[in-house]
Design a protein around this ligand. Structure first.
Ligand code: SAM
Length: 162
């Protein structure tokens, strides 16, 4: 498969999964956390499909399209290992949905990220809340959900907290 095909599949899968989770999350109150602003594509889509939610966005850089810059109250700058650990008072409650797009493409780095990220995700997800992640996470108190048709195994991970 060419890199172009792979890129198209990745973005298509992201869109299908985000829309699937947005439907599920309608019955769960609480803010949304976007881990990894990047270009701002998925943030822009989430704010469109979950327009009634407060969305807090985390990244160490600001490199997104100018139309996708979150306001100052909702953009949390810095290393996510630090900011996610201490964002509780600012976000005001556990999240209904956390979208995590932090994969580096390097398997060792991704395992290291998953090991510090998993307990922080657990801490900030409310019971009944959802997590969609490009990285596999170790979440003991969560169920792994089936993904919608057409998403290749291993590409994304969808969890629901018990
Ligand atoms: N979801 C984005 C989009 O649709 O445009 C793409 C996100 S991009 C793949 C990953 C982003 O996560 C990068 O902007 C990078 O700076 C940020 N990032 C990765 N690891 C991070 C960390 N440990 N702390 C803070 N930001 C991090």
């Amino acid at each position: 498969m060419s890199r172009l095909d792979s890129f198209i599949r990745r973005l298509t899968a992201q869109k299908i999964l985000l829309e699937d989770v947005a439907e599920k999350v309608k019955s769960v109150d609480g803010p949304v956390l976007e881990l990894g602003l990047g270009n701002g594509r998925t943030y822009d889509h989430i704010r469109e499909i979950l327009s009634d939610r407060e969305i807090f966005v985390f990244d160490r850089d600001l490199a997104c399209h100018p139309s996708c810059i979150p306001d100052g109250d909702h953009m949390i700058f810095g290393e996510i290992r630090d900011t996610l650990a201490f964002c509780g008072p600012r976000i005001g409650g556990q999240a209904a949905f956390i979208h995590c797009d932090l994969g580096s493409g390097d398997p060792t780095m991704d395992l290291a990220t998953s090991s510090w990220l998993s307990p922080l995700i657990d801490l900030h997800t409310k019971p009944g809340g959802y997590v969609l992640s490009g990285l596999a996470l170790e979440l003991a108190d969560f169920q792994t959900l089936e993904k919608p048709e057409g998403i290749r195994p291993g590409r994304y991970h969808l969890y629901k907290k018990n």
